[in-house]
Design a protein around this ligand. Structure first.
Ligand SMILES: *Cc1c(COP(=O)(O)O)cnc(C)c1O
Length: 409
């Protein structure tokens, strides 16, 4: 809506936006790790499944066959994105379900093993599920990380126990962009005969994903992080690895996930997978250059700023910056008024702002963590948008710092 509007009215945008409410300000979106815009090609691919081919893929008559055919085509497309075979793909409702399902399956297929090894910086889809399992009598180890967000592999190796059912370690951290050495971890798990799952939700389109190269047993993806809609994900389950379903019902997904297939979303996911393969280049050249420019500019020109997390290896699109002497939520609100979207990893539980669990695990002091912001760029961002951010950010930071200092007095 907004994009068309900007397009149609061209240079009138500035004039009209000042007359309209704040919500009508042009959008400057730097929060692609939270979700991404649904690509027009993806919407085009989805619509026929809603309007024409709305049959149930499990039905036997010819009318429904087209829906089934398109779901299988999408399965091939997402399998190609990660170099899996289509039979290794289980469509789920989201990345969260994929993570939950993988861990759940590992415990159910090996009842003598009641320990899960994961990290303290996982997405809540793993972290909270781990805490839930602990309450139900399972043992869960949440490995600490180094100050730069990296993992100590010796510690990981030492933490694998005879009763470890699964090692679940994310590939790319959604808050800092820090990448873990997934291939090495997978090899380690193989040598110890332990199942390995990786939450790779932040990776496709940004780095190459090849499940054969990695050697993971399970891998989770979510469509809305790669320009497809929310509410659709997948779990890769390596051939010959045992699997117990998490959502139990009909025989869909070859008995691995009950529930009538979300046909339109699955087809959109398939199209997005194709697009992600072709945008890999742009993400690693143009988007990376924009991210580097933004980060360099902030660290050089805005006083008392620093980067959270290792510079490399890191996703090409993510910058996590600590701004001393301010509260991230207030800076986000100031940026929101300018149409700029970014985020902080802080969680607002029971009305109190808690610093990000990722930064806390990295040993970042609470005051610094609470003043940290994540900018996550994407293929839709332009140089012009980046210039707008660079122009307005220092003023917003200055304003909020002055206010925050005032409050303390
Ligand atoms: C977004 C995200 C998830 C959750 O995916 P949903 O589809 O939103 O449930 C899991 N892990 C990581 C790393 C994410 O960024």
């Amino acid at each position: 809506m907004l994009v068309n509007w900007k397009f149609q009215f061209g240079h009138f945008t500035l004039l009209t936006s000042t007359l309209l409410s704040v919500s009508q300000v042009r959008l400057f979106y730097f929060d692609n790790n939270a979700t991404t815009r649904v690509a027009p090609e993806v919407i085009d691919a989805m619509l026929p499944l809603l309007a024409e081919h709305w049959g149930n893929p499990s039905s036997a008559y010819g009318f429904a066959k087209e829906a089934a055919r398109r779901v299988e085509r999408a399965r091939e497309q997402v399998a190609a994105l990660i170099n899996a075979s289509p039979a290794e793909i289980v469509f789920t409702s989201c990345g969260t379900e994929s993570n939950n399902s993988a861990i759940h399956s590992a415990l159910l297929t090996q009842e003598d093993r009641r320990h899960i090894l994961t990290t303290a910086v996982e997405h809540s889809a793993t972290l909270k599920f781990g805490k839930h399992l602990e309450q139900r009598g399972y043992r869960v180890t949440f490995l600490p990380v180094e100050p730069d967000g990296s993992l100590d592999l010796h510690l990981l190796e030492k933490s694998i126990r005879p009763d470890t059912a699964m090692v679940s370690v994310m590939w790319a951290n959604n808050e800092t962009g820090v990448l873990f050495p997934i291939e090495e971890i997978a090899a380690l798990c193989r040598s110890k005969d332990v199942l390995f799952h990786t939450d790779a939700v932040q990776v496709p389109g940004k780095c190459k994903v090849d499940v054969r190269e990695i050697g993971a047993d399970y891998l989770s993806l979510s469509a809305h992080k790669l320009h497809a809609p929310k509410g659709i994900g997948l779990l890769y389950v390596k051939r010959r690895v045992r699997y117990q379903p998490y959502v139990i019902g009909g025989g869909q997904e070859r008995g691995r996930r009950g529930g009538t297939e979300n046909t339109a979303h699955i087809v959109g996911f398939g199209r997005a997978a194709e697009l992600a393969m072709s945008s890999l280049q742009d993400e690693n050249t143009r988007v990376r250059a924009m991210r580097d420019k933004l980060e360099r500019w902030i660290l050089r020109h805005i006083p008392k700023t620093s980067r959270n997390g290792a510079k490399e290896p890191r996703l090409p699109n993510t910058a996590n910056i600590a701004f001393e002497g301010l509260e991230a939520e207030r800076l986000l609100a100031a940026l929101d008024k300018l149409g700029i979207c970014a985020s902080s990893g802080s969680a607002c539980t029971t009305g109190v702002i808690e610093p990000s669990h990722v930064l806390t695990a990295m040993g970042v002091k609470p005051a610094r963590a609470k003043g940290s912001l994540r900018f996550s760029l994407g293929i839709d961002n332009t140089d012009e948008e980046l210039d707008y951010l660079i122009e307005h950010l220092p003023v917003a930071v200055q304003e909020v710092r002055t206010q925050d200092a005032g409050h303390k007095r």
